[in-house]
Design a protein around this ligand. Structure first.
Ligand SMILES: [Zn+2]
Length: 325
């Protein structure tokens, strides 16, 4: 198998394949055939979720725009600049993680707080997904994998994929940079981190944590189609990401339109007025030195108004709003 890596020619047309030694799968620039370059990967190891074509993705894009209360009004001023589809390689597996944790939680009885130390054993099954690349600085990938796990569209093994479809689909494959053995190592670390994260969100403090992966499904490599639409509005560029199996949007950046900006401005004014109003109420109802029962709710009200003011101010100054679908 290793001499295949050395020769690097297309197994269909014989043209030279421009691939780095790290490339595992490469589409021939000349005939479009899919070549498995790596010796550690078999055709059976890879599955593909086929993609709809560009026109379906664009139709969903415009449906999203016309169905959105903010964008509807400016739809005729939006211009699509580019549309590009790519296959993103993911390694998917399911792991069972077993371990032990010692943690503390706070228990309240009346107005007393008690810190209690507890110990637990656990066995947890989780889905793990990792991008088959080292540089993951790409927007939309996490959303893509999550949407895949949530909707489970049909995937075909590469060996059963219609070659004509493959050649006609024109989607590029983002190159894969690690093979199954490396993927297994990362999946193992990730799944333990993931389970630890679940505990961290659940308890106050972790004093001890030890876990092992006791079972791992053989990682499968799956190519998921991701479409990127770049569009323009008043001289600025915005992106939208769509998954390719149904063409629906998964991540959508929207220009901040004036009406929404005014909404945020309203929130800011309201929070300032509300704060002032509460201040006035405090001075009216409370004699100096009195610490009435109203203080709690009033402070809570101030905190809520503070958050409203902060969020509104942040929204007001930003030019783009990203919506997860
Ligand atoms: Zn070829």
């Amino acid at each position: 198998m290793s001499d295949e890596v050395a020769s690097l020619v297309c197994n269909v047309c014989g043209a030279e394949l421009k691939a780095t030694p790290e490339t595992l799968v490469k589409v021939c620039d000349y005939c479009g055939a899919l070549n498995i370059v790596s010796g550690v990967l078999e055709r059976e190891d890879i599955s593909v979720v086929p993609s709809v074509g560009e026109e379906v993705v664009l139709r969903k894009f415009w449906e999203r725009v016309r169905g959105d209360s903010d964008l509807r009004g400016i739809a005729d001023k939006l211009k699509v600049v580019s549309v590009e589809g790519r296959f993103i390689p993911f390694w998917l597996s399911r792991c069972k993680v077993r371990g032990e944790v010692i943690y503390t939680v706070k228990e309240y009885s009346g107005n007393k707080v008690r810190v209690v130390r507890k110990k637990a054993r656990f066995l947890k099954s989780i889905n793990v997904k990792i991008v088959g690349r080292r540089q993951v600085a790409h927007v939309g990938l996490d959303e893509l994998a999550s949407r895949y796990l949530a909707t489970r569209p049909k995937a075909s093994p590469l060996s059963k994929l219609d070659e004509d479809w493959w050649r006609g689909n024109r989607l590029k494959i983002l190159s894969m940079e690690f093979d199954r053995l490396e993927a297994e190592k990362i999946i193992m670390e990730d799944s333990i981190d993931h389970v630890r994260g679940i505990w961290e969100r659940r308890v106050d403090r972790i004093e001890f944590f030890a876990a092992d992966v006791v079972e791992m499904e053989k990682p499968k490599l799956i190519l998921l189609p991701l479409w990127e639409i770049i569009y323009e509005f008043r001289g600025s560029l915005y992106f939208a990401y769509h998954e390719g199996w149904s063409g629906r949007p998964i991540l959508f950046a929207e220009p901040m339109i004036t009406r929404r900006r005014m909404m945020y401005l309203g929130g800011m004014i309201l929070s300032v007025l509300g704060g002032a109003g509460i201040g006035a109420v405090i001075s009216l109802i409370m004699e100096p030195g009195e610490s009435g029962d109203l203080l709690g709710p009033i402070l809570l009200g101030l905190a809520v108004l503070g958050i409203l003011g902060y969020k509104s101010a942040k929204g007001f100054v930003s030019d783009v709003r990203v919506e997860r679908q």
